[in-house]
Structure formats: structure tokens, C-alpha cells
Design a protein around this ligand. Structure first.
Ligand code: HEM
Length: 425
């Protein structure tokens, strides 16, 4: 049996835990550099264990007796009620079975055609000054609503992205507080959060009443409230991570023009490698990998006491030089099929793994690849104003922490469109 060093030094673990709240990514990395592949700390009597070895990551994600961190479920449930993302046990199984067919290969391919149309419509001007984060948020909202859920969200939806992001920020604060904040507390933080939740719920209730027959037919048998929450969940899970991933991809493509040129020439196949490499360096959902042990369990020869919260830090594992040579380098060819086979399973897990693996994984990969390929075939990325080392901000999803702006200028010789490649999928 391997032992897990206890790194709690401060009073009741406050300092160590606040480190996570303040800077999740660097704190995980620093602990690994200091202590190795497993560390534990005790915060107000609650044991937290961070596991970095791919073997351990895989075992935890696949094990039925590790459930999702209850505090996180509470935070998610405030927004999206009882949906596939926040349910456990038989209830989760039933919802997952209801939704999974919508993400089968043949459907995903048909969504891709609509994604192409939506991007073409959104990007027509010869020259665009792109504020990347809001633009990608609005684009992915339109894609999840229009291409997948068959809903028509109207012209002005930029406020939805802003409201959802403020909820993400609030969720991150609550996730790492010592105790949950009751809803009746008369403080601005709680009031703002409640207002944003109400606005989003009304927006989605209105959308589902006006359209979406095609997709909503899958949810037959659920009450109107359940339909609203399940739809809200898909809108939330289906746009924010993708928007964050796309923002990082555009940043990386702007700083690596030779890679951008290859995407324009080679198309979807190569672009998928670019997307995967982006999700390695900037995994969009780094706070989702928290689990609680329902009983005493053994994982990769570590003993995990009952009730412990286990953290699986994708960010640190993805940047471990044992699995990724020269890990900070952006190199999409790491995801050529022969290269992938050389690495241990679960050295890369932006979508999780095991039974709760992201339901939209194959759609997300195709969606992002289509969006980037369409953009890069049409436009050169011209200017970019960024500092030397990019700033990360975890607001539930992992976002660029500065106002990333790009200039897109239409190519003189447009590279041929995607139709043919989409037909061949
Ligand atoms: C780059 C884009 C995306 C990333 C990085 C991502 C990542 C994740 C992760 C890490 C999880 C949780 C896995 C776990 O707890 O072990 C998850 C769950 C989920 N994702 Fe995604 N996701 C993305 C896009 C999407 C899209 C486009 C959709 C839907 C259209 C979607 C729908 C879901 C759903 C429904 C769940 C809950 C599954 C369950 O609990 O059974 N995601 N995703």
C-alpha cells in the first residue's frame, strides 16, 4: 500500500484550501511538484485527496462508489434543477438513457451541417474585430439551441452568456466555501445569483414553449418543469465549455500561424488534432473532477477513507512531462493516432471518463472542428495583442483571463468549403 503525504500545515487547513479557491490550477501543480502523485489535506475535518497518476484517475472515474462531490451537485442543482448532470443512481441512469440517442453518431453528423450554416451566417464581413470570448459564447449558444435542440433563441442573446458566466463565477466561490450559503441570506452575492437564475430559467421556459418539437419529443413523459431543467442543463453544459475551448483554440492558432495555415489547407481531420491539443493545454472544465468516496476504497494502491473528497487535476496531469514531452509546447501532432497509443489511458481526460463521461463529447469535438475550419478557410487571423504568458481564469469553466481580441481579414483566395468533407463523415 502506498502512503499519501498530509500537507496540512495551517490552522484547520485554511491556507491550503484558500489556495485552491484563489488559484486552483497553480496550487494543484505546486503540490505535485512538492510531494508527488498523491497528496492529502484536511480542511475543517474534511479530508481532501488529490490524485495525479493516470491509473488512479481511471479507477476513480470508473468506480460506482465514487459519486460526484455533493457540494458541487448542490451548486449545479440551484441552476438546472434535477437533470442528467446533477442526478445520481437510478434517476441519472433513466435520464442518460433518454438523452443519449440524441448524441449518437448519425445525429451528430446531421448537427454538423447546421453548425456550418450557423457559422457562415454569423461571419460574413470581410474584416472583423473579434472580441473572442463574447463572440464564441454567442456562437455556441446559437449552435446548441439551433443545431441540437431545435430552438430559436431570437436576435439578442448576448445577455444570456453574460448571466451564465456570472453564475459560473458564483458557483466557483460556493464550491470552495466551508459551508453552503443559504438562499435567504440578504447579501448582494446571493440576490444577484438568484436573479440571474430566474432570468435564465424564464428564458429557457419561453424557448421550450415556442419551439423545439423535434428535440423535445425525446423528453415526452417529463413535466414542463423537468423539460425546462433538462433543456437548461444541455444549453449550459453544451455551450460554455465549448466556447471556452474555442477561445483558447483561437488564441493558440493566432500565436501559431503555421498551424492555422495547415487547418485552412487540410481541413477537419487535422483540425480535430488542434482541438484535442487545445483541450489538453486548457481543459475547459477543470473544476468538475471532484468525487466523494461512499465507502473505504483502494485506488491504485492508495487507501481512500470513506467520505474523502478526491480531486483529479486534469490541468496538472495534461502538463506532466512523463506523458507529454515538452508539455507547454502546442503541438497538435501529439494527437496523431500512433502518438496517442504510446500514452497511458487517462493521461488525457478533458471529457472525464467512465459512466459519467461527457454526453456531448463527440458532438463538441466535431462542432469545434467545424467552427474553426470554416473560420480559418475564410479568414486570416491578423493581429493579436497578448502578454507573454496567458492568464487563466477559472470561473467554473477555464477562460482566458484577459480581453482577448483578434482581427480577422478575409482571404483573397477562399479555400474550398466543407460540404464535401461533411458528406464523407
Ligand atoms: C469542449 C467541450 C466540452 C467539455 C470539455 C466537456 C466536459 C465535460 C465534463 C468534464 C463532464 C463531466 C464528466 C465527469 O463528471 O466525469 C461533462 C459532462 C456532461 N457534458 Fe460535457 N463537455 C463539453 C461539451 C459538451 C456539449 C457540447 C454537450 C451537449 C451538447 C455536453 C453535455 C454534457 C452532459 C449532459 C454532461 C453530464 C453527463 C452525465 O452526468 O451523465 N458537454 N462534460
Amino acid at each position: 500500500l502506498k502512503s499519501i503525504p498530509d500537507i496540512t500545515k495551517s490552522w484547520f487547513g485554511w491556507r491550503e484550501f484558500l489556495g485552491l479557491q484563489r488559484d486552483l490550477l497553480s496550487t494543484y501543480e505546486a503540490w505535485q511538484h512538492g510531494w508527488g502523485d498523491a497528496v492529502q489535506l484536511r480542511f475543517l475535518g474534511q479530508r481532501h485527496i488529490v490524485l495525479y497518476a493516470p491509473q488512479a484517475v481511471g479507477e476513480v472515474l470508473k468506480h460506482a462508489d465514487f459519486v460526484r462531490y455533493p457540494r458541487m451537485m448542490r451548486v449545479l442543482r440551484q441552476v438546472m434543477g434535477d437533470s442528467v448532470s446533477s442526478a445520481e443512481g437510478a434517476h441519472w441512469q433513466e435520464r442518460r438513457r433518454l438523452l443519449a440517442p440524441a448524441f449518437r453518431v448519425q445525429h451528430v453528423q446531421s448537427y454538423a451541417q447546421s453548425v456550418e450554416r450557423i457559422v457562415e451566417e454569423a461571419f460574413g464581413d470581410p474584416e472583423i474585430n473579434l472580441r473572442v470570448v463574447p463572440a464564441m459564447t454567442e456562437l455556441t449558444l446559437r449552435v446548441i439551441c439551433g443545431a441540437v435542440l431545435d430552438l430559436q433563441p431570437g436576435n439578442d442573446i448576448s445577455w444570456v452568456g453574460v448571466a451564465l458566466q456570472s453564475l459560473g463565477k458564483a458557483a466557483m466561490v460556493e464550491l470552495f466555501l466551508p459551508a453552503p450559503l443559504p438562499d435567504w441570506l440578504p447579501i448582494p452575492f446571493v440576490r444577484r445569483k438568484r436573479r440571474a437564475i430566474r432570468q435564465i430559467q424564464d428564458f429557457v421556459a419561453d424557448l421550450t414553449q415556442r419551439g423545439g418539437r423535434h428535440f423535445l419529443a425525446r423528453l415526452e413523459g417529463l413535466s414542463p418543469l423537468q423539460v425546462r431543467d433538462e433543456t437548461l442543463n444541455l444549453i449550459l453544459a453544451g455551450h460554455e465549455t465549448t466556447a471556452a475551448g474555442l477561445s483558447w483554440a483561437l488564441y493558440l492558432l493566432a500565436t501559431h500561424p503555421q498551424v492555422a495555415q495547415r487547418v485552412a489547407v487540410e481541413g477537419l481531420g487535422y483540425c480535430e488534432r488542434v482541438v484535442k491539443e487545445t483541450l489538453r493545454l486548457y481543459p475547459p472544465a477543470p473544476a468538475l473532477f471532484l468525487r466523494q468516496a461512499q465507502q473505504e476504497l483502494r485506488v491504485d494502491n492508495y487507501e481512500i477513507p470513506r467520505g474523502s473528497i478526491v480531486h483529479l487535476p486534469a490541468w496538472a496531469v495534461h502538463r506532466d512531462s512523463r506523458y507529454f514531452e515538452d508539455p507547454l509546447k502546442f503541438n497538435p501532432d501529439r494527437f496523431a493516432p500512433e502518438a496517442v497509443k504510446q500514452r497511458p489511458e487517462f493521461s488525457y481526460f478533458p471529457f472525464g471518463g467512465g459512466p459519467r463521461i461527457c454526453l456531448g463529447q463527440s458532438f463538441a469535438l466535431l462542432e469545434m472542428s467545424v467552427i474553426l475550419t470554416v473560420l480559418l478557410r475564410k479568414y486570416h487571423i491578423e493581429t493579436l495583442d497578448v502578454g507573454a504568458s496567458p492568464l487563466c481564469q477559472v470561473r467554473f469553466s477555464l477562460w482566458p483571463g484577459w480581453p482577448l481580441e483578434l482581427k480577422l481579414r478575409r482571404r483573397e483566395n477562399l479555400v474550398q468549403g466543407l460540404d464535401e468533407q461533411l458528406q464523407r463523415l
